[in-house]
Design a protein around this ligand. Structure first.
Ligand code: FAD
Length: 448
């Protein structure tokens, strides 16, 4: 999120950038190259970090020790093979624009994060997941080949067979291996529409059971009540392909995209009363059994209809905690979490669940288990802060793995405790950033 005039081309300008969750803001230097030769405009040893749309919850693409290279000037679709479903696209193109181009042509990116302004480069570097990671994997699964700019080495072409280690390190590498300039992506055929079935669940363990049974759905995630009295009850959304249905009408215009910058309300509405009202409303709306036909773009970007939701956190912002708990530990974790919530009564405005069935690579968020994401209002309040710490301790005790690109409350020692082989993974990445030239506030906080 930017707050002053943006520099273009060669110029390095100063501007104030803030993370999406509003937990970190800083005056930083920004360059916005708009042609390839400008990628070499900075002295090769100048600290830098690539930046996409800046819609990461955390400060991953800026920091006061580095120049942010805003890549949104590189947004062309370079080649598209409609027969084989291969798309070559520049790294600054947004996911929303790419989907808008593809859907009417009978293709789509099956893995897309919830924010349509996220860029292709940001999705590769954070190895994001989409609407059902257990079925589709994470974004690296779509990348056939990519081009990386490394100061002093120029533009490198990488794929899983050529420079495979650097390719693997770049996917989920948080911008530390260099700047991605373009990628060739493997597309999938979209369903005509999604038939969304809502399955009511009594608690998180019940939800996990439904998630596991529906592992092959196109869309699969749970919404749960985060309040102590009904903790974990909610609904699992199971979206199956419906190729018979007449697709529901949906406005594909870019104006519908959730803006990168959301003007916050002066104060948060997500106090205990606001959370209770919202939960009651969602329960009435969602927890009825039945089937709804959903247009695919609506399923891909459900938050476009909820911009008020983020604005409602006010200037204090929010913190998202997202941890992946392995299946054998999930039931015990869910019970311990319910007990902790009953005791401490945190203000959880949103609690959601997803199923994962991948292999954790590098520092990326993947593995086999159930991921829980919690949105906490007023994160600086002592009780909320204490809950974040207790949540992390519980997750650690149940062998959880945190999502680095989501959680501003995560610290270096918790991350080390969560990943027993952290140092091996960190060194595998640091090998390509030996002089620490690529750095951000996130890499400073987590000592990457
Ligand atoms: C409302 C909302 C919903 C979301 N939903 C999901 C979700 O469902 N699943 C999920 O996994 N994530 C989700 N996210 C997180 C988001 O998709 C990721 O943080 C994504 O990386 C943001 O992309 P960006 O272009 O804004 O990248 P930025 O925030 O600008 O940068 C993110 C990281 O990518 C690096 N990077 C960016 N561009 C390049 C490049 N060209 N070359 C090299 N490195 C680069 C940066 O250095 C940084 O480390 C969500 C975020 C929001 C706000």
């Amino acid at each position: 999120m930017a707050t002053s005039a943006e520099p273009r081309g060669l110029a390095v300008g100063e501007m104030r950038l803030a993370s999406f969750d509003r937990q970190f803001a800083q005056q930083v230097r920004v360059q916005r190259p708009d042609r390839y030769r400008l990628l070499d405009a900075l002295p090769a040893d100048m600290p830098r970090i690539a930046r996409g749309a800046g819609v990461s919850y955390v400060a991953a693409s800026f920091g006061n020790e580095a120049v942010s290279l805003d890549m949104r000037g590189f947004q062309r679709l370079l080649a598209f093979d409609i027969r084989t479903g291969l798309l070559c696209v520049e790294a600054g193109a947004s996911i929303g624009d790419v989907q808008r181009f593809l859907l009417p042509r009978g293709w789509y990116l099956p893995i897309a994060p919830g924010h349509p302004r996220a860029t292709i480069g940001g999705c590769i570097a954070a190895d994001v997941h989409g609407k059902n990671p257990a079925r589709d994997g994470t974004f690296r699964a779509l990348v056939e080949e990519l081009q990386l700019h490394v100061p002093g080495r120029g533009l490198l072409s990488l794929d899983p067979h050529h420079d495979a280690d650097l390719f693997a390190a770049t996917c989920g590498g948080l911008g530390l291996t260099g700047t991605i300039t373009r990628a060739t992506l493997r597309l999938a055929r979209p369903p005509r529409a999604i038939a969304l079935r809502r399955v009511a669940v009594a608690n998180l363990a019940d939800g996990a059971r439904v998630l596991r049974e529906a592992a092959n759905a196109h869309v699969l995630y749970g919404w749960h009540d985060g309040q102590a009295a009904r903790f974990g009850s909610g609904v699992i959304n199971v979206g199956l392909a419906d190729d018979e249905a007449e697709p529901p009408r949906f406005d594909l215009s870019p104006a519908r995209d959730l803006p990168a910058t959301l003007a916050p309300l002066p104060l948060t509405v997500w106090n205990a009363r606001g959370i209770a009202l919202a939960n009651r409303w969602l329960r009435r709306r969602w927890c009825q059994p039945g089937m709804t036909a959903l247009a695919l773009p609506a399923a891909l970007f459900p938050l476009n209809d909820a911009r008020w939701y983020f604005a409602g956190y006010g200037k204090a912002g929010l913190v998202e905690l997202q941890w992946l708990i392995p299946h054998p530990r999930f039931e015990a974790f869910a019970a311990a979490l319910a007990e902790c919530v009953a005791r401490t009564r945190p203000r959880i405005a949103l609690l959601s669940s997803k199923l994962f069935d991948g292999r954790a690579q590098g520092l990326a968020f993947d593995g086999k288990g159930i991921a829980l994401a919690l949105h906490l209002a007023a994160p600086a309040a002592p009780a909320q802060h204490a809950f974040c710490e207790q949540f992390a301790q519980l997750a650690l005790a149940h062998e959880g793995r945190p999502n680095l690109i989501k959680d501003s409350s995560l610290d270096a020692s918790t991350l080390r405790a969560a990943l027993p082989d952290f140092e091996v993974r960190r060194l595998a990445l640091a090998r390509y950033n030996a002089d620490g030239r690529c750095r951000s506030e996130l890499t400073r906080r987590l000592a990457l």
